[in-house]
Design a protein around this ligand. Structure first.
Ligand code: UDP
Length: 327
């Protein structure tokens, strides 16, 4: 039996594929390669190029292969783009999930673990954020992920498809052997942008606002190492395999770092100056997003090993230095 990883050529997907294969699982990767990279696909995975919205394609793969569970990363994930083009997000993320669930129902696959996001919470009134903190997404990206969670809930009730939604906070870092890492085009995330600046590929890093109600005025986020995130998906599949109920977990570190603290840490790790300048705020940025990961630790037995800022920067830096232009 194999695990189908939808979006397994992407950043988090490829690290999860690596974790599954290291554990001895058979893995099938399905990816349309619009944002994923062929080179990121593990050599031991069976690859099918195609779109999860293409039901005929999906059914053909699910009928040909013997699939015991699905891990679903195949979604669009840029907040700003989602505000400008919400229908893209409802189409790719929500409709793509609908087709996935239809295909799972028709082929009898009963387990799915999928990427949700801290963006489902919007601007939370409490920190650290618990899974019981009310959801109130502030952009179509977060809304689409919440809709995906809700679809799964009803499909569990009607068809017995069990799900685990993993609400990620800020993901960064790279595989310890630098074989895979983060490569987005365009890049919008803080850690790779800082490191591209350290490499001299950007003139400076723009700090989006310094008058937030935080200690140094810049936004505070909770950073998780991508390898720890991959491990959490493996644990979530194990959890479902044991017959447990559908569930939702935050994946964060319970520690917050400001944009300025992140740049300072990168200066220490890289030994580079990394010029920065304060610029306009980015629309829709909450001041502080910090998770309580206690539920994932307690119920899934998740034990993050690399989720400290130094290791995150060291591994991301090693990746950027070895692949300055990405894949
Ligand atoms: N950020 C920044 N400059 C950049 C990119 C990001 O100041 O060039 C800030 C952004 O406003 C946010 C934090 O860094 O407060 C993390 O942003 P990212 O896009 O990495 O993740 P998000 O928190 O939006 O999911």
């Amino acid at each position: 039996m194999a695990i189908a990883v939808l979006g397994g050529a992407g950043y988090i997907g490829s690290h999860t594929v690596q974790a599954l294969i290291n554990k001895g699982e058979e893995v099938i990767v399905i990816d349309n390669l619009l944002t994923g990279h062929k080179e990121a696909i593990h050599e031991k995975a069976t690859f099918y190029e195609g779109d999860i919205r293409d039901k005929e394609f999906m059914l053909s793969v699910f009928k040909k292969e013997s699939i015991s569970g699905v891990v679903h990363f195949a979604a669009s994930s840029l907040v700003g783009e989602s505000v400008e083009n919400p229908l893209k997000y409802f189409n790719n993320n929500v409709y793509g999930t609908q087709i996935t669930l239809e295909v799972m129902k028709e082929t009898g696959v009963k387990k799915i673990v999928f990427s949700s996001t801290a963006a489902t919470y919007g601007e939370p009134k409490e920190v650290p954020i618990l899974e019981t903190t009310p959801t109130n997404p502030k952009n179509p990206y977060g809304e689409s992920k919440l809709m995906m969670e809700k679809m799964m809930r009803w499909c569990d009730e009607a068809y017995g498809i069990k799900f685990v939604a993993l609400r990620y906070f800020n993901v960064a870092g790279a595989s310890l052997d630098t074989s895979i890492g983060e490569d987005h085009n365009p890049e919008t995330h803080l850690v790779p942008i800082i490191l591209q600046t350290a490499l001299g590929q950007r003139e400076k890093i723009s700090i989006f606002g310094d008058d937030y109600p935080t200690e140094d005025g810049t936004c505070v986020r909770d950073y998780v190492h991508v390898v720890d995130l991959g491990a959490a998906h493996v644990l979530a599949l194990d959890y479902l395999s044991k017959g447990n109920e559908s569930n939702i977990f935050n994946l964060g570190s319970s520690e917050g770092f400001s944009v300025k603290q992140m740049i300072d840490e990168a200066r220490l790790v890289t030994g580079k100056e990394i010029p920065s300048a304060v610029s306009e705020k980015r629309a829709g940025d909450p001041a502080v997003l910090v998770a309580s990961p206690e539920k994932a630790k307690e119920i899934l037995g998740w034990q993050p090993q690399y989720t400290d800022i130094k290791t995150i920067f060291e591994t991301a830096w090693a990746w950027h230095v070895s692949r300055p232009n990405g894949y």
